[in-house]
Design a protein around this ligand. Structure first.
Ligand SMILES: CC(C)(COP(=O)(O)OP(=O)(O)OC[C@H]1O[C@@H](n2cnc3c(N)ncnc32)[C@H](O)[C@@H]1OP(=O)(O)O)[C@@H](O)C(=O)NCCC(=O)NCCS
Length: 201
């Protein structure tokens, strides 16, 4: 698994700078947030979780992420790992979620708890909801004998990095994504000239 590029002095300095900027942009609320309940995700929540995720994980903001937020990914996660999927509910609707998965690595005695997706609705941010979701998910992982919890996020997602660091995550590993545009490959050009649209080779 991945994570963030803040190891080293430059990262630390940049991190300090962004922390200050983010601190200054803290949300000031005119009225307190309504009561929020953290509970297991149910089938009836899937559509609301998907919709909220679409607002939070946009392609522009997460262009290089190795996985993307789509209905298939969510359906798969929910059908295989519902026990480690949580939602935050306020005023009868979903305002946050933490979707996790227990991972057994081949030839490893360790069991890992992966936090796959974490999100909180804009209006509810900085209200401690993600902290509660994370704490509860950690408990579920521990009940399932996991010895380590893993998270990842884009290096420029400073809010998430600040959140994870605040919540005890460390040992950050930089992971580099590379890409190559295939549109200039003769086979791509040939294929398009022929007007092929099937995906089979
Ligand atoms: C990251 C995210 C889940 C945090 O949710 P949240 O409910 O606002 O987090 P909390 O209120 O529990 O924050 C706890 C602490 O984390 C840190 N933190 C959270 N958001 C921060 C921000 N924007 N800037 C700086 N620090 C932040 C702070 O230390 C905060 O404590 P404080 O409010 O007392 O200063 C939320 O911003 C989000 O949904 N982001 C979009 C999706 C995403 O990036 N998900 C993570 C990767 S999957």
């Amino acid at each position: 698994m991945l994570v963030c590029p803040s190891a080293g002095l430059v990262g630390k300095l940049a991190g300090t700078y962004f922390m200050e900027v983010l601190e200054k942009s803290r949300i000031r609320r005119s009225k307190p947030l309504p009561a929020v309940e953290i509970r297991e995700m149910e089938l009836k929540d899937v559509a609301a979780v998907f919709e909220l995720g679409q607002k939070l994980f946009t392609a522009e903001e997460w262009p290089t992420l190795y996985r993307s937020w789509d209905d298939h990914e969510l359906a798969l996660l929910f059908s295989n790992d519902a026990e480690t999927c949580l939602v935050a509910e306020a005023e009868g609707r979903v305002v946050g979620f933490a979707l996790g998965r227990v991972l057994d690595k081949p030839r490893s005695a360790w069991r890992y708890g992966l936090l796959m997706w974490l999100g909180v609705e804009r209006r509810f941010k900085r209200g401690g909801i993600a902290t509660r979701l994370l704490r509860q998910l950690k408990g579920l992982f521990i009940e399932r004998d996991t010895r380590m919890m893993l998270v990842d996020t884009a290096a420029k997602n400073h809010a998430a990095l600040a959140f994870f660091r605040r919540n005890g995550f460390g040992q950050e590993i930089r992971h580099v994504y590379l890409s190559q545009n295939l549109e200039n490959d003769p086979r791509y050009i040939q294929r398009n000239d022929r007007g092929e649209d099937d995906t089979e080779d």
